[in-house]
Design a protein around this ligand. Structure first.
Ligand SMILES: Cc1ncc(C[n+]2csc(CCOP(=O)(O)OP(=O)(O)O)c2C)c(N)n1
Ligand code: SF4
Ligand SMILES: [Mg+2]
Length: 288
């Protein structure tokens, strides 16, 4: 792994144990001189409020729905000027809900950009509202008795856009995320990574446990690490858990998060079944 400097400067205003901060550090370690486009969300605050800045790279703060469209324009301008520079959209899952039309449009046009969705499973910056990727039965301010709707599988949706590179990653496995970014860096066209980002205040766990809980998600099979670069494959950290008998307890993963406080045995069983279904669903892609 080449060593680069972190683009995240000390003293960011994020909460302690913030997963976005971990992910942004990894972006700086993997990519040379990126231009970063950020729609509204916690990352807007983390990037700093004028005249201060905590990201040591050019950052454009843009309205929610426009980020991939803005990034497409910047990439086109670089292309016109003969400059080879990575244009990265760094957005939240809420941004990916509200901005889905422009993510999809940029993917269909195979724009030369990297879109990273740092998925903390809710609209955290505005007070923990439920998003399309919020975990089943998780309590948020808009799902006070636990989220009842299905979770959308954003990475699979992006894969079905037939773009050259799609992956899932986790802040619990930063070397894996960095190596995926390094691979994405070498690919031309639309690249997409959904980064699993457990959030201490939003998920209600101690700020020292971000990485531990991100790893629990992978080990119980609730978050599956995979990559598509022309061929679909499970990433090494997730591979063992294809075998259901090797997965750690989902109930334990839920128990350490306050957002599942009071969850019933019946709901835990429903979540276990949903996780099994997700693994089965991915088998379809394994034949790609
Ligand atoms: C069009 C529009 N609608 C709503 C908002 C208010 N808003 C700002 S940040 C945010 C939540 C963002 O959630 P997410 O993208 O998941 O990022 P997170 O804060 O979780 O990192 C919302 C709803 C806005 N800025 N613009
Ligand atoms: S609410 Fe979560 S994502 Fe937002 S700054 Fe705090 S730890 Fe980071
Ligand atoms: Mg979010």
């Amino acid at each position: 792994m080449e060593v680069r400097e972190s683009i995240l400067l000390p003293g960011t205003p994020s909460c302690q144990g913030c997963p976005h901060s971990l992910g942004l550090k990894a972006v700086g370690l993997a990519l040379d001189n990126p231009v970063i486009v950020i729609p509204a969300g916690c990352s807007t605050i983390i990037a700093g409020i004028h005249p201060k800045a905590t990201i040591n790279a050019p950052v454009l703060h843009v309205p929610f729905a426009s980020a991939p469209a803005v990034a497409s324009g910047i990439a086109a301008a670089f292309r016109r000027d003969g400059k080879d520079r990575q244009v990265v959209v760094w957005m939240g899952d809420g941004g990916a809900d509200i901005g889905f039309a422009t993510i999809s449009g940029a993917a269909v046009r195979n724009e030369d950009i990297i879109v990273i969705v740092s998925d903390n499973e809710a609209y955290m910056n505005t007070g923990i509202q439920s998003s399309g990727t919020t975990f089943w039965k998780a309590k948020t301010t808009t799902s006070p008795t636990g989220k009842k709707e299905e979770r959308k599988d954003l990475a699979a949706i992006m894969l079905m856009h037939r773009v050259p590179y799609v992956a899932t990653a986790s802040v619990g496995y930063l070397p894996d995320f960095i190596s995926k970014l390094e691979k994405a860096r070498e690919v031309r066209g639309f690249r997409f990574i959904q980064l699993h980002s457990p959030c201490p205040p939003g998920w209600r766990f101690d700020s020292s446990k971000t990485v531990e809980i991100a790893r629990m998600a992978v080990k119980c099979g609730a978050w599956i690490l995979w990559e598509f670069d022309g061929r679909f494959r499970l990433s090494p950290a997730s591979k063992p858990y294809k075998d259901r008998s090797r997965r750690k307890s989902i109930a334990e993963y839920l128990r350490v998060q306050g957002r599942f406080r009071g969850i019933s045995e019946e709901d835990i069983k429903a979540i276990e079944e949903a996780v099994d279904k997700q693994w089965k669903f991915l088998e379809v892609f394994e034949s790609f």
